[in-house]
Design a binder for this molecule. Sequence first.
Ligand SMILES: NC(=O)c1ccc[n+]([C@@H]2O[C@H](COP(=O)([O-])OP(=O)(O)OC[C@H]3O[C@@H](n4cnc5c(N)ncnc54)[C@H](O)[C@@H]3O)[C@@H](O)[C@H]2O)c1
Length: 268
Amino acid sequence: MLNEDWLGLKDHVIIVTGGSSGIGNAIIESLLAAGAKVVDADLNPSKLENKNLLYVKTDVTSKKNVDDMVNETVKKLGTVDGVVNNAGINIPRILVDPTDPDGKYVISEENYDKMFAVNVKSVFLVSSAVAKVLAEKKQGVIVNMSSESGLEGSQGASMYSGTKGAINGFTRAWAKEMGQYNVRVIGVAPGVLEATGLRTLSYEEGLAYSRHETVEQLRAGYAKTSTIPLGRSGKLSEVADLVTYFLSDRSSYMTGQTVNVSGGKSRG
Ligand SMILES: NC(=O)c1ccc[n+]([C@@H]2O[C@H](COP(=O)([O-])OP(=O)(O)OC[C@H]3O[C@@H](n4cnc5c(N)ncnc54)[C@H](O)[C@@H]3O)[C@@H](O)[C@H]2O)c1
């Protein structure tokens, strides 16, 4: 039955990693509007102020930081009902570049380690800390922020595609392990969205180089929507609303899937 509290998220405690910018910030706004209590676990402070928002400075690649953040959440807010593994980075690099002996835009070991630490290891660290609480209360949801790149691959972003593919695997496998505790695990894979903090100049330079384009040509391509059936890029709120729905009992028979939100662009 549709009513004011249709989502039933009032006073639910949800941790959002990387909530101080872009998609994470939009997810927090959506959750606060639904009456949830939210923890923003980010390196940088939140721009939002709300009595139901707790910012905990966290480097999600550090086990100690993550464990402290989850402990602080339980101590201050009493429990955890769900988590959104949203923090992520993208360092566009290519596998090989025979034209450049210095390999400026070729994947280095350092790039690889950083990408996998932020995008993959963090998802394991945060999920394992939160899963203990959720398994004990026999209820909860883990949402993993994937990407169209993890489903389709992306030129100049193979490391990124690889990290997102890895967490799609976590989603499928953890759903099988956690179902017995009534804990659901779902992935969300956005396609082309309005700009976020991810789109820095060095990101654009790396991506443009990998695609044999100038940064200006790359930027002109953002507006090219002919490959998107809905003919436009997505709003951050459209991703946030889907995540909020997955955190609610309204999606109580969904687990183990990574659902794309890409205006029809990706196959899923
Ligand atoms: N923007 C897009 O078009 C898009 C598309 C598909 C998927 N995604 C995914 O959505 C998620 C959010 O991306 P966004 O575009 O909002 O990026 P963003 O850069 O705007 O936000 C990312 C947030 O993560 C935080 N963060 C980074 N490293 C961290 C660390 N080690 N510890 C804690 N916090 C850290 C940053 O401080 C930032 O607030 C990412 O997982 C990204 O891969 C984004």
